[in-house]
Design a protein around this ligand. Structure first.
Ligand code: ZN
Ligand code: ZN
Length: 79
């Protein structure tokens, strides 16, 4: 298939979470794991968009907050 951003031929693509484009590795600016199954991906186009970049960076924060909350629950359970 073709990368929807640069048009180069790719056999494996990633999907940008902000624009939903199927992009190649070269067009992917950053990718990170949010949960065991979910991944956040942002393309170079969206990375230059401050709003989208902030949204991408925020995705991790929400998970970290959730994780610390889970830890609190477990701690409480031991007591
Ligand atoms: Zn590309
Ligand atoms: Zn994008």
């Amino acid at each position: 298939m073709q990368c929807e951003r640069c048009g180069s031929e790719v056999y494996k693509y990633v999907v940008c979470d902000s624009c939903s484009k199927k992009i190649c590795n070269d067009c992917m600016k950053s990718s990170k794991r949010i949960t065991k199954t979910e991944k956040a991906t942002i393309c170079k186009d969206c990375w230059s968009d401050m709003k989208k970049r902030t949204k991408y960076k925020r995705a991790k924060k929400e998970v970290q907050q959730q994780r610390s909350y889970d830890r609190d629950d477990r701690f409480r359970g031991r007591r």
